[in-house]
Each structure stands twice: as C-alpha cells, then as structure tokens.
Design a protein around this ligand. Structure first.
Ligand code: THU
Length: 142
C-alpha cells in the first residue's frame, strides 16, 4: 500500500477538523473530507446543504472541486469523517456521485479512500474496490 499510517492519521485528523465546518441543518449528518495531493498539500471540504435540498454538496466533492480549482489533479488519497451531529462517527462511505467524480481524476488502482470512525478505527479501500467497472473518459475515445 502506497500510503503510511502517519499519512492516514493526519488525513483523518484533518477530515475531522473540516467536519466542524459542516453546514447540515437539514440532515444533521456532518461530513468532513481531507484530500492528499502528490505535492503534499492537503485540501479539505465539508458538506454544504441547501433549503432547496438539490443544490447540496457532499464533503468529498467540495474537497475535489477545491483541489482542481487550485490546479491540483494528481491526488493520492481522501479521508472521510462523517456521522450524525450528536452521535458517534460512522464509516462514512462516499456516495455514488462522489465516487464517479473521484474516477474522473484518479487512478482507481492506486487512489485510496479512507473511512474512519476515529484515527485508530478506520478502513482503507482503493477506488476500484468501491467503484468497479466504472464508466470514464476511456469510453468516449474514438
Ligand atoms: N454526504 C456527504 O457529504 N458525503 C457522502 O458521501 C454522503 C452524504 C452528505 C450529504 C448531505 O449533506 C448529508 O451527508 C446527508 O446525506
């Protein structure tokens, strides 16, 4: 595995910090994400909900779009910290839309998705494990 425990725990800490910024008055489900770029930068995001529901954005996509907007597209891993406002954290797996956004920018064999209840209790998956047989840019080549 091309990521070490120190990097994983740093990402989980940063995801937990970002979760504090979650704007989730409708679901009360707070999510933070921390995305590690190849150059060592960590880009964070939280979920941002909306009274019209549809415009809401997940924490993972907030982090991804921020990274791409900064010119960072070589991405190694993302950690996710999520759970109900007054409860324990879950293993907060990314939704299908976020997995598809990850697939646009990341190598599915080597991009790691880390879901953690805490910095000790976490799971690490490749994107390929969570989004097998995906549709992507290669399908659109002539
Ligand atoms: N949410 C995320 O931020 N990431 C996910 O992958 C799943 C769901 C957010 C969206 C919404 O604000 C709340 O969690 C409940 O669905």
């Amino acid at each position: 595995m091309d990521i070490n425990i120190e990097e994983i725990q740093t990402l989980l800490d940063r995801a937990a910090e970002a979760r504090e910024f979650s704007y989730s008055p409708y679901s009360d489900y707070m999510v933070g994400a921390a995305l590690l770029a190849r150059n060592g930068e960590i880009i964070t995001g939280c979920n941002v909900e909306n009274a019209a529901y549809g415009p809401s954005n997940c924490a993972e996509r907030t982090a991804f779009f921020t990274a791409v907007g900064k010119g960072l597209r070589d991405l190694r891993a993302i950690a996710i910290a999520g759970g109900k406002r007054n409860g324990e954290r879950d293993f907060a797996y990314p939704c299908g839309v976020c997995r598809q956004v990850m697939a646009e920018f990341c190598n599915p064999d080597s991009f790691y998705i880390i879901v953690g209840k805490s910095r000790e209790d976490y799971r690490v998956h490749t994107l390929k494990e969570l989004l097998p047989e995906s549709f992507g840019a290669a399908n659109l080549k002539m």
